[in-house]
Design a protein around this ligand. Structure first.
Ligand code: IVH
Length: 695
């Protein structure tokens, strides 16, 4: 059945199953093609209305015959359930980073090294360096089976369901122009367009949430959402630029890779060029600096890669980056504007920070109106005053740096800046700590309380929508919140009459706070604002101890048993938990009915599967790889892609390959599909079986 023959008029109920199946197949391919034409080629052939008609028909067929749903169906982009935590997954091949420089000299030396190692002539593939979040996408038999963030380069977080929501990502590789390999792992960059980024930030501010500092953070944040439905609302795109691993295809040049990626249906970076000398590269670099502000996405330089793949092998890699590539970065963007006022703000730790309020100026597509001056010594050193003209620079963030003053001949300047002697929030006499000025009224200062509330609700902590700076300030000012625990007692009626609120928004905030009583342990820990405990340390503590009380009661020795925690940190953390105010405040928060979710590895603790590593090889009869993976993760274990001595189980299906051989060599336990399912049944007893193995 071809597309022209699609009979969309017959009601779905009147079709035989065979007819429905055939029609669903055609619809899927047709929709895939139009999706590609729209999102990748930007050359749609049908109207949105026509697309919707086809889409609704496929949806109706799949509803009538649920077993017709395939993972690559265009209807399956959004819909996965939110999860508690993102699984850790090893990459198919290490995701190295790039050596980078801003200096022309380094480029010249790089070129010399390359020529010395591989001999003339040399060809470079040059393309923009996209400033987004790097991901690996894996396709088996042409179907997207997993997506993993770069993480530490060896393993990252599984974000498959989130990546599926990105419209330009093929759920199935195109095979119209080029055959599809049995296995393909590619690398690309997830981006948020500047226009979308600005709109998102405006919306966040309107809702009372904190805006993102830059599009990179915004895309990384969207990518790591636990709820794919949120990711789906964030306009993301993915550009592919490398093949990490592929079977049954041989490439000899990078340009063939770029071409193949395009043929398989990916968007690829624009203006990819083949250049053979430094002058050409410098010209290319200059052209991009000129055009950079006209692009709707951030690039932070260009990437220069040896085009010939055999020569790459000759040059090799260090442990961190390949010797055959170089990122030639741009200087941060600079602008000149005037300081109209220097304000001081008090953060949650009591540090009083001078902030330059600027006449708004556009720097690389983003409007900038304030810049931190950091501390007293920094202001003195730069000698900036109210009314001064200053040069500012924005590297990638919306929040820029003040580089220094621009001299204005003959202009009379205002008085030098003086730090206030009293806290602008509570009036307590400030104290000097090194270059910093601090309000010592830790538990009575409204500004510090506001800071703690904001931090508690911030993105890396409880992530409470609508609890941004303004709202936190209002809650403190109105006396509604005197400590973190009070947040959980807020009633919509208390808030709805505050400026900027109405009934609905007040209810949303109260509900939003209530919903976050159940939250990951690491987020809660981070939200407490323990000195020295950022997101990474909070995560380490959570997975090491597995429960809040264990962390709270840990002595210094126990704390130091956590990787990365030394004597200084253990002292601060231990001190924090044993300080009376903190201890009481924590008890109060806990008494509101917090339900802290331990990380999955720890959750399985006591169970035998926690932290165990599974490798799959060959095909299975009764379940797909993603389904098998879900089972493994539900047991607190994880799947990795290659067999090593630390692998616990290799599950060998039909036509198992070299991984099975390797497992036998290393003496790793090998399970058949049946044995694997039995094992999973034992450890995941709550699984109802019946309707397929995964819910
Ligand atoms: S090539 C082995 N090409 O920049 C290195 N990387 O540290 C292969 N990036 O996170 C990378 N645009 O994801 C390459 N056109 C491009 C890129 C690019 C952005 C990212 C990459 C990595 C970072 C380099």
């Amino acid at each position: 059945m071809a597309q022209e023959e699609l009979d969309l008029d017959t009601p779905t109920q009147a079709l035989t199953r065979a007819e429905a199946e055939a029609q669903a197949g055609v619809l899927r391919r047709t929709l895939q093609r139009h999706n590609y034409l729209y999102y990748v080629e930007a050359k749609p052939e049908i109207s949105d209305g026509e697309y919707d008609t086809l889409f609704r028909r496929l949806k109706a067929l799949e509803e009538a015959y649920p077993d017709l749903v395939t993972p690559d169906s265009p209807t399956q982009r959004v819909g996965a359930e939110p999860r508690d935590d993102l699984p850790t997954i090893s990459h198919t091949a290490p995701m190295l980073s790039l050596d980078s420089t801003k200096e022309e000299e380094d480029l010249v030396r790089f070129d010399e090294r390359v020529r010395k190692a591989v001999g003339d002539p040399v060809q470079y593939l040059v393309e923009p360096k996209l400033d987004g979040a790097s991901v690996e996408l894996v396709y088996e038999e042409g179907v997207l089976v997993r997506a993993v963030t770069r993480g530490n380069g060896q393993e990252g977080e599984g974000v498959t369901e989130n990546v599926r929501t990105i419209s330009s990502v093929p759920l199935r590789l195109r095979d119209e122009v080029r055959p599809v390999p049995p296995f393909l792992a590619i690398r690309g960059e997830v981006l948020m367009y500047l226009s979308a980024f600005r709109a998102l930030n405006e919306k966040l501010v309107e809702e009372g949430s904190d805006p993102f500092a830059n599009p990179r953070n915004a895309s990384a944040g969207a990518l790591r959402q636990l709820d794919p439905r949120i990711t789906a609302q964030r306009p993301l795109d993915l550009l592919a630029f490398d093949v990490l691993s592929v079977t049954e295809v041989e490439f000899s040049e990078d340009r063939e890779i770029v071409e193949a990626l395009g043929d398989w249906g990916f968007r690829v970076p624009e203006r990819v060029a083949l250049l053979d000398n430094v002058d050409g590269i410098l010209e290319y670099h200059q052209a991009f600096i000129r055009d950079r502000d006209d692009l709707d996405y951030e690039i932070d330089g260009i990437v220069i890669k040896l085009n010939d793949l055999a020569s790459r092998v000759t040059m090799g890699s260090t442990s961190r980056h390949p010797r055959w590539a170089l990122a030639f970065k741009f200087e941060p963007r600079k602008e000149v504007t005037r300081i109209h006022r220097i304000a001081v703000s008090v953060g949650r730790t009591g540090v009083v920070t001078p902030v330059a309020l600027l006449l708004p100026v556009e720097v690389g597509g983003v409007t900038v109106s304030r810049a931190s001056l950091h501390n007293r010594e920094e202001v003195d050193r730069k000698d900036v005053r109210e009314g001064d003209l200053v040069r500012i620079q924005r590297a990638g963030d919306v929040i820029p740096q003040v580089l220094g003053r621009v001299e204005e001949a003959g202009k009379e300047r205002g008085p030098a800046f003086q730090m206030p002697s009293k806290c602008p929030s509570c009036g307590t006499e400030v104290v000097e700590r090194g270059p910093f000025t601090v309000c010592p009224n830790q538990f009575g200062c409204p500004a510090q309380l506001k800071g703690r509330i904001m931090h508690f609700g911030s993105r890396g902590a409880l992530d409470i929508e609508g609890l941004g700076e303004e709202t936190a300030a209002l809650l403190v000012q109105e006396g509604l919140v005197k400590g973190l625990a009070d947040l959980f007692d807020l009633k919509a009626g208390d808030i709805m009459d505050l400026p900027g609120f109405a009934e609905k928004s007040a209810e949303n905030l109260v509900q939003g706070i209530h919903n976050r009583k159940r939250v990951e342990l690491r987020r809660f820990l981070h939200g407490l604002g323990i000195p020295e405990v950022g997101e990474a340390v909070a995560r380490d503590l959570a997975s090491h101890f597995g429960g809040f009380q264990a962390i709270r009661n840990a002595d210094r020795e126990a704390l130091e048993a956590v990787d990365g925690i030394g004597p200084k940190m253990s002292e601060v953390i231990h001190g924090f938990f044993h300080e009376d105010h903190n201890s009481k405040a924590i008890d109060e928060v806990l008494s509101k009915g917090m339900d802290l979710i331990a990380p999955s590895a720890a959750r399985g603790e006591g169970g035998s599967m926690a932290g165990k590593k599974f490798v799959f090889t060959g095909g299975m009869e009764s379940l797909s790889r993603p389904e098998a993976k879900k089972l493994v993760e539900a047991a607190g274990a994880k799947t990795v892609s290659s067999v090593s001595a630390s692998t616990n189980y290799v599950v060998a299906g039909e036509n198992a390959g070299s991984k099975l051989v390797r497992a036998q060599e290393l003496g790793v336990k090998v399970l058949s599909e049946e044995q694997f399912l039995e094992l999973m049944d034992e450890v995941n007893p709550e699984d109802e079986g019946g309707e397929g193995v995964v819910g």
